[in-house]
Design a protein around this ligand. Sequence first.
Ligand code: HEC
Length: 142
Amino acid sequence: MLKQILVTAMAATLTMGVALAGQTPNAITIHAGKTAANNGQHMYASYCAPCHGTDGKGNGPAAGALKLPPPDLTTLSKNNHGKFPGSHVVTVLQFGSEMPAHGSAQMPVWGPILSKMNRTNPQEKQLRMSNLSRYLETIQVN
Ligand code: HEC
């Protein structure tokens, strides 16, 4: 069972470990490489698809190693009375998940990672989060 997720932001030579309950040698490493802040789809493919899947349905290659499957991100609107919860998405990215699986959130908190990537331009972090959110809006099912 996976106990550790590592997110490495190559662009900022940052290595970030998210330790989960207990310790085992298993780890997922997500290379948070350089992406354009205006390209939500590319950021999604690099940073999110390993868990949430290329199609957003929660079946990425790392999903099986998590305690609970990552949620289907194509039904965010459907589960919110048909309205895309953009500010919720940005909040989850900035501060982490509000619905941790069994007491320990498995999703990396992206705020600090994106901050380190964009040290020289703090506004770019907001741009990244809002473009990720906008991309998710485009993959919603009815
Ligand atoms: C290491 C796996 C992993 C990665 C990488 C990941 N997530 Fe998640 N995500 C999860 C899990 C698991 C949850 C469920 C909550 C929890 O356990 O933290 C979640 C929850 C969410 C939620 C909340 C869904 C809801 O219904 O409230 C959103 C939104 C989300 N992720 C978006 C993203 C985006 C955007 C990215 C890329 C920037 C991303 N995730 C990267 C695993 C991941």
